[in-house]
Design a protein around this ligand. Sequence first.
Ligand SMILES: *[C@@H]1O[C@H](CO)[C@@H](O)[C@H](O)[C@H]1NC(C)=O
Ligand SMILES: *[C@@H]1O[C@H](CO)[C@@H](O)[C@H](O)[C@H]1NC(C)=O
Ligand SMILES: *[C@@H]1O[C@H](CO)[C@@H](O)[C@H](O)[C@H]1NC(C)=O
Length: 476
Amino acid sequence: MFVVGACLALGAWSTFAVAEEDCEAPSNILLQTAHQSRRDGEMMYHWPNGRGRFPYFAVSEHIGPFDLNNSLSWSWHHPEGRFHTLTWGVNIDHEMNVYLSAADGFRKFDMDGKLMWERIILPRTTMNTGAIYQGKFFASDTDGGVEAVDMKDGSRVWYTKLASAICEDNGFNMVHQGVLFAAADCSPPCNYDKTCNQLVKALNATTGKELWTYKPDTAVWNFLALFPDMETVVFQDMSGKVYKLTLNGDVIWKAGGLNGTWTDGGAALGPNGMVYAVNNNHPPEGLSPVGQMDPPTMPGQVTALDVVTGDIVWQVTTPRPPNNAPAVGKVQGWEGLSLVVPLCQQVIKGAQCDVHVYNAKTGALRWVFHGPTQKHLLQAGDAEGTQTRIDSGVRSWCLPNGWSAPTIAADGVVFVGNEDGLFFALRDSDGDGRAIGVDEVRAFDTKAAFSGSSSPALAPQMVAVASCDSLFVFKN
Ligand SMILES: *[C@@H]1O[C@H](CO)[C@@H](O)[C@H](O)[C@H]1NC(C)=O
Ligand SMILES: *[C@@H]1O[C@H](CO)[C@@H](O)[C@H](O)[C@H]1NC(C)=O
Ligand SMILES: *[C@@H]1O[C@H](CO)[C@@H](O)[C@H](O)[C@H]1NC(C)=O
């Protein structure tokens, strides 16, 4: 009975009802959740967290334009030139205002692109996509602090120093039930770089007070917290191990992962009671001219776990590194829930970037999009802007993942940005196992890569996405 209830709740929320078979536990919780979070404002905004909206992250009940190349409404880059800052991701509020997280600070635009305010925080810089919650915008900075500003005018509400530094990966600040999450403590050891964020911190979003600290077994990278219900949080570390904690910081379970490995990826949460994690199957091997990168064709892994028990339900090997967070939702041409997994090893000239879409319930491969191969040594827009960025006081390179995080619209179109600049709308509408041709693949050339914390953000008839240096808003 609860199972059907949850499906109805989901069906009403999304124009794509999910097949009953995909509605397994824990559904009574989801029902309560939807009600309560509408009440407390958590679901009031269209895209409150960088990765979307509780309880079904990375999907939207809205549709964006499929023909991206003919639907650009407006764009923004730094007035002195696109290389004067780096942009990380967007949030959208209930009035369709767009909040842009950038290395040099935060900006708010109205739905037509008019700048409402900007808060430049240099010489501090940021690296995350922020969050909006109950009238405030939140973001971490490289000085080890988290700042809350008023959504109305960008003025500071509180600032809390969490550590001497927070590493410059590209993760997310996420808020749930008044609790704000941030990765902190940029220090060794790290499977990839010299330093990584060792700690997960929870703060009171109203006051900025630190509530608790949790040290995962392995450091986190591109930290992304997701919320299965009203009381808990799940996230993965850089080795793909998943942790489920209460919002008070008590461990419920931890499972999966491959010790010693590193992925840029994060977890995904389905409305089917499953959490999906990604990992690479081997330690970084130092093949890239700019760092310790994985070979482009080395396999990784996707693991589906029962979010209640932490039991592994299925695992599949991916032919390339799964270096960003997947999305779970209903895609065009296919029944039930699908898992959209971007695959690519970045910063390797000639490396092929693909998107694989799996049956979320079984792990069976459904369709593939063969994306671009990396053209140059660095990704689109990166080498060209180096000196300007250094002179502007932001980091010299974007050096992002091969793909942005993907988002699934209500009509089952997948939006995702590729490191060589193309922002894609994808669908396998004829269900033949591949997205190919103008009926199924459209793109707009942003001329820059996409940070790992960049998720296409949807609002009614609108999709907004940040490339590494600009904001693009497309409308139907
Ligand atoms: C945050 O602080 C406020 C004010 O003290 C309090 O009312 C609220 O319950 C706190 N929230 C959390 C999640 O601790
Ligand atoms: C990972 O492997 C290292 C080296 O063998 C070991 O010291 C460490 O305890 C392992 N960590 C986990 C979480 O298993
Ligand atoms: C977008 O449209 C322009 C003008 O018609 C065309 O030259 C370009 O190739 C198109 N780009 C993509 C990515 O489809």
